[in-house]
Ligand binder design. Structure first.
Ligand SMILES: NC(=[NH2+])NCCC[C@H](N)C(=O)O
Ligand SMILES: O=C(O)CCC(=O)C(=O)O
Ligand SMILES: [Fe+2]
Length: 351
């Protein structure tokens, strides 16, 4: 894992920046803050900017850990029982601003109209009634490793997770493909759209708010996608096994998928994030998830913040209302991808 740790001097410099911004802006969702976040980010310490730049440009690892930002467990208040409902406005403003500025050095934060009330800064915390569902608000259920929003062509390049509280040291998990390369025939099959994927429940439960999932779930047909893409010698990833399956009656696709999942299972590592730590997972190079735990619902629960970051805001212009808007509001791009020629046509000359 790529790592950078803030020195004592760095921490002072970071606080000088975030204290000033926290005095000027109500929070990271504020339009005026968003308009200039990429400018403010250049006031972070150079060692931190340099490490993020290396992560973006050189792709040295599937994940990067930024440590050393101090979090005051009392000052941040109780872990909310529902997302987006902190006890007092602004209790985590400095933490969120630091996290957001780090992210701004990798790209632009995006949100989804269908997730967490279209906020950019998501909460990751256990919600009563969600214990055993495949959502980040679950607890007793393992979050299966996945590429974030794998079903969507405008999914993030990076998923950022900032830990505010994690008293039980519950591990986030991540895995990259690693060495040795998968067999060339396997890679060839995985590069073809022979795998059916559905949107994960976090988008389907949108209209049901934070209540128990279900209810008004929109029925979205499964879509055929490739699970690997990019350079065949060092492929990018797009699997989310919980919400996908190889095309029925396609034993070669099944075999290749089994090899891929076995490799990622074997490489899966746990990272118990500590308060103040920020993990950026490269959503092309690595999958991530979370180990199961027992929720408390007493205000001391595990609490992370999450950001989705894209390197290219423009590519999703048809899903956003204006050039600077960061909320993806339509599933039009998914429909377009679904209308492509089917994999049988595309692969007539392939494996
Ligand atoms: N295999 C999965 N995709 N699990 C769901 C992951 C968490 C989901 N992205 C959420 O925001 O709640
Ligand atoms: O809880 C975690 O550590 C990760 C959850 C997750 O996969 C997500 O929020 O996207
Ligand atoms: Fe995730």
């Amino acid at each position: 894992m790529h790592q950078v740790s803030l020195s004592a001097r760095d921490v002072d410099d970071v606080f000088a920046v975030v204290d000033e911004l926290a005095g000027r802006f109500p929070g990271v969702e504020d339009e005026a803050f968003l308009d200039e976040a990429a400018v403010f980010a250049h006031e972070l310490p150079r060692a931190l900017r340099s490490a993020l730049n290396t992560m973006r440009l050189g792709e040295p690892a599937g994940a990067m850990l930024v440590s050393g930002f101090p979090v005051d467990d009392v000052a941040i208040g109780r872990t909310p029982v529902y997302r987006g409902r902190q006890e007092a406005a602004g209790v985590t403003r400095r933490e969120e601003m630091f996290f957001f500025l780090c992210g701004a050095l990798l790209g632009d934060a995006i949100g989804w109209a269908t997730q967490q009330d279209a906020r950019l800064m998501h909460d990751v915390l256990p919600i009563p009634g969600h214990e055993n569902v495949q959502l980040n608000s679950a607890s007793e259920m393992e979050i299966w490793w996945h590429v974030e929003d794998a079903f969507h062509p405008y999914r993030a390049d990076y998923v950022g997770l900032m830990c505010l509280r994690n008293h039980d040291g519950v591990p986030t998990t991540y895995a990259a493909l690693g060495e040795p390369p998968l067999p060339a025939e396997t890679v060839e099959v995985l590069f073809q759209p022979r795998f059916l994927i559905r949107p994960d429940n976090s988008h389907l439960a949108a209209r049901a708010g934070d209540g128990p999932p279900g209810g008004e779930a929109r029925v979205v047909p499964a879509m055929p996608i490739a699970v690997l893409f990019g350079d065949r010698a060092a492929p990018y990833l797009r699997p989310d096994p919980y919400f996908m399956e190889p095309t029925p009656d396609d034993p070669r696709a099944q075999e290749a998928f089994a090899l891929l999942t076995a490799r990622l299972d074997a490489n899966l590592r746990g990272v118990p994030l500590r308060p103040g730590e920020v993990l950026f997972v490269d959503n092309y190079l690595a999958v991530h998830g979370r180990r199961p735990f027992r929720a408390r619902y007493d205000g001391r629960d595990r609490w992370l913040k999450r950001l989705n970051i894209t390197r290219d805001l423009r590519k999703s212009r048809d899903a956003r209302s204006s050039p600077a808007s960061r909320v993806l509001g339509t599933f039009g791009a998914v429909d377009q991808e679904r209308r492509r020629p089917s994999w049988t046509t595309q692969t007539s000359t392939g494996a």
